[in-house]
Design a protein around this ligand. Structure first.
Ligand SMILES: *Cc1c(COP(=O)(O)O)cnc(C)c1O
Length: 249
């Protein structure tokens, strides 16, 4: 997490976030218009990694509900801080997830977007059934280039993983998530995501979420049907923390 102090965002920071949000909503609307889509069909999730809880609270006050995090340790602390301030948000876990972190992640996340292998499905299902009254919403993270070392399920395993999730009482399969691989033309990546999402939706009618698109490529993602975009730097500014320098794309 950044070294900025906890507490409330300064007046200047809140004004900056309000302006960034206004500009972002206008840009999303323009991308939707260009794609012939209704902006109400695209949910904005603000990826708050490296940024303080105070920024989350300020954006929540401006109407943002969904926030994304990719590291459990940082997310758990931030979620506790936001909850303690009385602010209600929905946390989307979007990072690589180890089985031993499932207990913690299930305790604060409304959705886990990075489900990409059988052992993780088993562990998440067990935690969700023990901690929750209702199933946990999950997305299957698709590996666009099938280089699964960087996270995501390879296309050959899409149907089997979807079937496994559908058989879990603790999980509700809501759709897919993907990150365009480095060096790929984003349109080509998101076209592949849309094609695989449609196949999965044929097995699971409630799996209609396509989480695709980040600050650099959200417009292309919208043009290929994304229903959720995950924006970090466009709203919150650049991340100075070097731990994050190599993993956003
Ligand atoms: C960091 C991150 C984002 C947001 O990236 P930006 O380029 O800052 O918009 C989106 N999705 C995932 C999975 C991330 O890790």
């Amino acid at each position: 997490m950044s070294s900025r102090s906890t507490g409330t965002a300064t007046k200047a920071r809140r004004a900056q976030l309000a302006e960034n949000l206004r500009a972002t909503r206008a840009d999303i609307a323009a991308a939707c218009e260009a794609a012939g889509r209704d902006p109400s069909g695209v949910e904005l999730v603000v990826v708050s990694k490296t940024h303080p809880a105070a920024d989350v609270c300020a954006l929540a006050e401006l109407g943002v509900r969904g926030f994304g995090e990719n590291r459990d340790q940082e997310a758990a602390a931030k979620a506790a801080e936001v909850a303690a301030s009385g602010t209600e948000v929905r946390w989307h876990f979007v990072g690589r997830l180890q089985r031993n972190k499932c207990r913690s992640v299930v305790s604060y996340a409304s959705m886990v977007e990075s489900v990409d292998r059988s052992s993780l499905v088993t562990a998440l299902d067990a935690e969700a059934r023990s901690q929750r009254d209702s199933p946990l919403d999950v997305l299957m993270q698709l590996s666009v280039d099938s280089d699964t070392a960087r996270g995501g399920v390879a296309e050959a395993d899409d149907e089997a993983l979807a079937a496994q999730i559908l058989a879990c009482q603790g999980l509700r399969l809501r759709g897919v998530m993907a990150v365009a691989p480095l060096g790929w033309e984003p349109g080509r990546a998101f076209e592949a995501v849309a094609r695989r999402a449609a196949k999965i939706q044929a097995l699971a009618p409630n799996a209609n979420i396509v989480s695709a698109g980040m600050s650099a490529d959200y417009a292309e993602a919208i043009s290929f049907g994304a229903t959720e975009i995950r924006l970090g730097s466009k709203l919150l500014g650049r991340r100075d923390d070097l731990r994050y320098a190599f993993e956003t794309k």
